[in-house]
Design a protein around this ligand. Structure first.
Ligand code: ZN
Length: 188
């Protein structure tokens, strides 16, 4: 489940917004009466200090997390972080060419070359799969658009493509792959 959280990622952390999060109803039992209960929250690695509120449905025997809409699903960080990395790869013309720009060797916490490649490839693949899925889901809007951020930025007019797409496709998030939606991807 996504939460249309109006805060930025910094304010989400400083205001501990997860403590006040409200789940309107159980996604499995919208009619209610299933005994939905708050299950506390769990910690995300990024952004540092962020926690994700969680509920438990005893009837479905499944937990429900409420991910604030600026955060990527199944990848570290925010959708803006993911978009920044993939945009750098597109600008550099390839993953290898983008490694030093994305993970500077003199960074505070340097990432080895192989680890950096793997992490960047994962983001590039995930975003491409998500964009392809968006074209399929919303052909009236995106038919013929190639699955790159550059092409989508042109169609939408500006950056923050992933954040805006998540709003456009919110009814389909269960069917969309990460980082936009929640669908698990084989081999992902
Ligand atoms: Zn329920």
């Amino acid at each position: 489940m996504f939460w249309k959280c109006p805060l930025t990622d910094e304010r989400y952390v400083t205001q501990r917004a997860w403590e006040g999060a409200v789940l309107d109803g159980c996604p499995f039992h919208p009619e209610g009466g299933c005994g939905l209960e708050r299950l506390g929250s769990y910690r995300r690695v990024e952004p540092p200090g962020a926690q994700i509120p969680r509920w438990w449905c005893p009837k479905q025997r499944q937990s429900i997390s409420l991910l604030p809409s600026f955060l990527a699903a199944r990848l570290r960080g925010t959708l803006a972080d993911v978009e920044r990395v993939v945009a750098m790869v597109e600008a550099a013309g390839g993953v290898s060419a983008a490694v030093d720009a994305v993970h500077p060797p003199d960074a505070d916490k340097p990432v080895g070359f192989v680890g950096a490649l793997r992490s960047i490839r994962r983001r590039v693949r995930a975003v491409r799969a998500a964009l392809i899925a968006v074209v399929t889901l919303l052909p009236e809007r995106f038919a013929g658009v190639s699955p790159t951020l550059a092409a989508f930025r042109e169609v939408l007019g500006g950056e923050a493509v992933l954040v805006r797409l998540r709003e456009l496709v919110q009814r389909h998030l269960g069917a969309l792959p990460a980082p936009l939606g929640f669908r698990a991807r084989a081999g992902g």
